[in-house]
Ligand binder design. Structure first.
Ligand code: SF4
Length: 72
């Protein structure tokens, strides 16, 4: 699991709990790692892989500034 203190996490404003970030910054409440195009294993319901954090897991309910909608 990625640590909140991880340099990449800090640089991207990553948090384990997206609700800590106000919606003016984050956008829609559904903008969490689980719905992000960079979250690469949708079967990972709690912690899963993110392309930006190779070898580490991010929280499904997390968020960072790089969040981007997954193409449908
Ligand atoms: Fe979460 Fe997406 Fe940021 Fe990765 S890029 S930490 S999946 S919001």
């Amino acid at each position: 699991r990625v640590e909140a203190s991880d340099p990449t996490a800090v640089a991207l404003g990553y948090v384990h709990d997206a609700s800590q970030v106000d919606e003016a910054t984050r956008g829609d409440a559904s903008n969490i790692c689980l719905t992000c195009r960079f979250y690469s294993d949708l079967t990972a319901a709690e912690w899963g892989p993110c392309v930006l954090f190779p070898g580490k897991s991010v929280a499904a309910k997390g968020w960072c500034r790089t969040w981007a909608v997954r193409p449908s």
